[in-house]
Design a protein around this ligand. Structure first.
Ligand code: ADP
Ligand code: MG
Length: 532
């Protein structure tokens, strides 16, 4: 099936072509005809599969352009409101369709004014309900979309949404789109939709198959080292690192910056303007690593995220699916990497089983692994390098003192020294250790059938952070999560109390991965296989 089979208006086809969409995605193939036919729909498809266009295109096709607000799209976050607005505006451009956004944290009057000229309003529930209650806007949309419905549920918007519908016309087409379909959402659908058609993807496809999923097992105190080693080894072009808590996000982002990575934090405590700035910088690739909480990164659509790292596992499989859905978008491939402690292992297995995914157990690369990978790229670079005539003088001068091969050795050393890999050589568990863990878990399970929701006695899943591993090195009172000194490590003990103890300038500063003379990260020099 092709887009032209939907008999879209020429102006709409033109915009679809311009967006570079060649073929409708599976959810689009299924949902578009239903929406075009005027029926209500409940559509479930994994993240990053093009749900926006699945409702956006048929709505645009059916707009009368009568000057009223004909469609209302309700989304969970401000960022998503902007994103969906941009996407619909892009598709409606040649039809001359205007969109407007309504969300909290910014001026009422401007938003109200914009809605007056728009055919489509994209809104977050809180502000929208505000405006409706105070009669600051009156709209009678024929199309109402609940986008990312499961996330709105998670964020506690269910009541707001029910209330919003009290202000909506009875004559309407209601569309509900969601990546997952928890019971309260089905319930909501039964209440506000009329004889909807259901379009669902199978469990097997719950996660995007373009995403390769793997995990590494480390002790609590090794998380930072493991993450950085994986950065060095995989050289992600753009990555999102997920933590459970805001304070972990802040601490980790600060630490990564101190280690020479170009990282920024994104979480709900930032002001709207700061959040927008961070997202813009990430999209524009001025920062390479976004350290985020689940909530802050909801629905974020950045097209070229190569890796998602779970610095800590989320509590459940749904947030896991949402997290990894930030990569592998729009048909691209992506990698989802989870760093888990032995005590998180049970949660990991639960997630695997729930989403029917295959995650490969891997061992954190050693310094030599990283080096030999870099060397391969380095050699390729030398082979491909075109000689700049200006360097001839340098070489000629050196030749008076050294022979050519000595010069070559020296040059290669200079260049590879830049790639010094920090940290301990061996980080985390071996394949053998992981096998033992799996074995132990199996035996464990045999003897404890009565445990609720996989929550073992030691598996204090709900504890925000800290040392959840019963076998981890003793805590020394100074708070959990702390590395027991790292011996023979060039880096100083981690200053991971970043949030509570200010870092003294100069103190605790590692020699730096290379001396500021280099651009933020060694990128592009490796050539070849950059993706891990
Ligand atoms: P979802 O809402 O399902 O998470 P989005 O609607 O945000 O996914 O789409 C994810 C990405 O895929 C977007 O960048 C979008 O432009 C792109 N996309 C959607 N449909 C297609 C298509 N048919 N062909 C190519 N890219 C697409
Ligand atoms: Mg979406």
């Amino acid at each position: 099936m092709e887009f032209k089979d939907f008999n879209f208006k020429d102006e709409l086809m033109q915009a679809i072509n311009k967006a570079g969409f060649t073929e409708p995605s599976p959810i689009q193939k299924d949902a578009i005809p239903i929406v075009l036919s005027g029926k209500d729909i409940v559509a479930q498809a994994q993240t990053g599969t093009g749900k926006t266009a699945a409702f956006g295109l048929p709505i645009l096709q059916n707009l009368r352009r009568d000057g009223s607000v004909e469609a209302l799209v309700i989304v969970p976050t401000r960022e998503l409101a902007m994103q969906v607005s941009d996407e619909l505006f892009k598709f409606g451009k040649f039809l001359d369709i205007k969109t407007a956004t309504v969300y909290g944290g910014t001026s009422y009057s401007r938003q109200i004014k914009h809605t007056e000229n728009a055919s489509i309003v994209i809104a977050t529930p809180g502000r929208l309900l505000d405006l409706l209650k105070n009669e600051q806007i009156t709209i009678n949309p024929r199309f109402i979309v609940l986008d990312e419905a499961d996330e709105m549920l998670d964020m506690g918007f269910l009541e707001d949404i029910k209330n919003i519908f009290k202000f909506m016309p009875k004559e309407r087409q209601t569309l509900l789109f969601s990546a997952t379909m928890p019971e309260p959402i089905k319930d909501l659908a039964r209440k506000i939709l009329i004889e909807p058609e259901f379009v669902t993807v199978t469990k097997k496809d719950m996660t995007n198959t373009n995403i390769v999923q793997s995990f590494y097992v480390v002790e609590e105190y090794e998380r930072d080292d493991a993450l950085m080693r994986l950065f060095d080894f995989k050289n992600p072009t753009k990555s999102i690192v997920f933590c459970k808590m805001k304070r972990d996000v802040d601490r980790l982002a600060t630490y990564l910056v101190s280690q020479g990575y170009s990282a920024k934090a994104l979480h709900g405590d930032l002001e709207q303007r700061q959040r927008e700035e961070v997202i813009r910088a990430f999209k524009a690739s001025t920062i390479e690593v976004l350290v985020a909480t689940d909530v802050a990164a909801r629905g974020l659509d950045v097209s070229d995220v190569s890796h998602v790292f779970n610095y800590q596992l989320p509590f459940d499989s749904e947030p896991y699916v949402h997290r990894i859905g930030r990569t592998g978008r729009g048909g691209k491939t992506g990698a989802a990497v989870s760093i888990v402690t032995p005590s998180e292992f049970r949660s990991l297995q639960k997630i695997q089983a729930n989403i029917g995914a295959m995650m490969e157990a891997k061992v954190v690369p050693t310094i030599d692994d990283v080096k030999s990978k870099n060397h391969t790229g380095f050699m390729a670079n030398i082979k491909n390098q075109v000689i700049d005539p200006a360097v001839c003088n340098i070489i000629d001068a050196l030749k008076e003192e050294f022979d050519l091969s000595t010069i070559a050795y020296k040059l290669a050393t200079i260049l590879t020294e830049k790639d010094q890999v920090k940290g301990r050589n061996k980080i985390g568990k071996s394949h053998q250790d992981i096998a033992t863990l799996i074995e132990r878990l199996k035996n464990d399970r045999g003897g404890s059938g009565s445990r609720g929701r996989n929550r073992g006695p030691r598996n204090n899943d709900r504890r925000p952070s800290g040392d959840r591993d019963g076998r981890a090195p003793r805590r020394d009172g100074e708070g959990d999560n702390r590395a027991p000194r790292r011996d023979n490590d060039s880096r100083p003990p981690r200053n991971d109390s970043g949030a509570s103890r200010p870092r003294r300038e100069g103190e605790n500063r590692p020699p730096r991965r290379d001396n500021d003379s280099r651009p933020p990260r060694p990128r592009g020099e490796g050539g070849g296989s950059r993706r891990g």
